[in-house]
Design a protein. Structure first.
Length: 419
């Protein structure tokens, strides 16, 4: 009986030859075309109150390939085209389960350029990856080895806006095993002055990656705005803007990966707050800083790594007054303006650091949930139908806003961290 290991994607850069790049670009275009054709067919059927499933769209693909107008679909591997139909089926499944909106058409400029190959459409031997319709292996930059003895089951080729090529290999990783259980628990309060404040009193600095490259980004965007639309110089200027954005994104992701890995390795229970970031960024004064902090990505990384290593992530309701509640005597302050960074409790006279106090309150609330069950105010809409504030690893919250004004302002009954 074989063990079930965690499936993990390993992403590498590669440098295609001119022939490989041309083949992959054709594949990207065909994948996008098939996805849009299938979506249009399913949308028309939906208007007629009919249902079209994956098998029917697969039959449509066979007919499209035989038509004179779409004969070019035969020039690329059929596997990425079938995978596009499977992705569309998954998008409709999420829509019918009310986890996502109605699927949208893919755009040549706005959508991600990617193609997915299953193990029948590639050959991987001795570190050499050869895709279907190609004779030469890809020139992959092996920045780290694949898990020993593992073989990729799926390969995804993508190209970002900066023109960089990536190959992502999905394989089982025997090295991902639950860590030894310990008694450590930590409350985590996110912010902007400091990216994280822990209940232990530790404060993690906010790197502000976007602010560090803001001048360079502004210059690149000004150069882009002066170029004639449709010209080659405009395309070069667009690439320069995309490279600055890619640099910011890579640095932010790298920092969050290191931070979340450390937190998961050191603590058995991690308590965070359920924030609706999509509503909070409506505040124009803080939208840029909140986006740069990337709280949603932090939560996503924390949750799936906790699932990997046998840790618990507890999510406390967003309306829990962690900032206004005294962690010593339980007195709740009437108001807590955003500029107040330390305050003295009216009940016991204790002076609190605002963020440390909030982290301590989150920890206490999270521990109360793990010990007593649904003792705190539950989330209004809990993923998976759970009835307590404790939430298993479901990824970032995708709940729709309840009202246009909810959390659009950072101030209110539950003040948020300051800039």
């Amino acid at each position: 009986m074989t063990a079930n290991y965690v499936k993990r994607a390993f992403k590498y850069r590669f440098r295609p030859t001119d022939a490989q790049a041309a083949e992959l670009l054709r594949t990207f275009g065909c994948v996008r075309k098939v996805y849009n054709l299938a979506l249009a067919a399913r949308t028309e059927a939906w208007a007629r109150q009919e249902r079209v499933n994956y098998n029917q769209t697969s039959a449509m693909l066979t007919a499209w390939k035989k038509s004179e107008e779409l004969a070019f679909l035969n020039e690329v591997s059929s596997v990425p085209l079938q995978q596009a139909l499977r992705h569309l089926q998954g998008a409709f499944a999420h829509f019918f389960a009310k986890r996502a909106g109605y699927p949208r058409f893919k755009s040549k400029r706005a959508s991600r350029a990617a193609a997915e190959y299953t193990n029948s459409a590639f050959r991987f031997r001795d570190g050499r990856l050869v895709l279907a319709k190609m004779t030469e292996p890809l020139d992959v930059v092996w920045s780290r080895p694949l898990p020993e003895g593992s073989t990729p089951t799926t390969v995804t080729i993508s190209r970002d806006a900066a023109g960089r090529w990536f190959v992502s290999m999905l394989c089982e990783d025997p090295g991902v095993q639950p860590l030894p259980v310990n008694d450590s628990a930590v409350g985590i309060d996110v912010g902007l002055d400091h990216l994280l404040t822990l209940s232990t009193g530790e404060k993690v600095a906010n790197p502000r990656h976007e602010r560090r490259d803001r001048a360079k980004l502004a210059k690149a965007q000004r150069d882009l705005s002066r170029k004639e639309k449709g010209s080659k110089n405009r395309e070069k200027a667009r690439r320069r803007v995309a490279r600055v954005h890619a640099r910011i994104t890579d640095r932010r992701r790298n920092h969050l990966h290191k931070l979340t890995t450390r937190l998961v390795r050191e603590n058995q229970t991690l308590v965070i707050e359920d924030l609706t970031v999509r509503n909070m960024v409506r505040n124009r004064s803080l939208a840029r800083a909140i986006s740069d902090a990337s709280w949603t990505q932090f939560r996503t990384l924390l949750e799936y790594k906790a699932a990997w290593y046998g840790r618990d992530v507890v999510v406390v309701d967003r309306f829990f007054p962690s900032s206004k509640l005294c962690s010593r005597c339980g007195t709740v302050q009437n108001a807590m303006p955003l500029h107040v960074r330390s305050w003295t409790c009216d009940g016991c006279g204790t002076t609190h650091d605002r963020d440390v106090n909030a982290a301590e309150n989150l920890l206490a609330a999270g521990l109360a949930v793990t010990v007593c069950g649904a003792g705190m105010r539950p989330q209004r809409r809990t993923p998976g139908g759970q009835s307590a504030t404790k939430q298993k690893t479901h990824g970032a919250s995708r709940r729709p806003p309840r009202s246009r004004g909810e959390e659009a302002k950072i101030t209110g009954s539950h003040p948020r961290p300051s800039v």
